[in-house]
Design a binder for this molecule. Sequence first.
Ligand code: FES
Length: 109
Amino acid sequence: MKVVNITFKFADGSPDETHPAVEGESVLDVALNNDIRLQHNCGGVCGCSTCHVYIEAGMDDLPEISDKEEDYIDRAVDPRINSRLGCQCVVQGNEDVVVTIPEQDFLGH
Ligand code: FES
């Protein structure tokens, strides 16, 4: 089983955190397993935009973005070129990943 590290950075200024991620785990899984606040209104099935994150490094270790994911990212707060949905970022276990968690004080949809 391959393991990489995910480093979480926080737009609210909280200190960075790095946690191991096993191949097949999503950024959302690892966040929630480590008590990192990341909204997930649809429960992680690519049905909302609340788990929106920015991938700062390691995009190559993540699956290709789907049309559905792109549609939801368009509805997120402040989407950028490196935006992804955390529940769809399932690590492959080849490369460490760095993500920024946007401010979570919003009413998601
Ligand atoms: S939790 Fe809804 S799309 Fe990720």
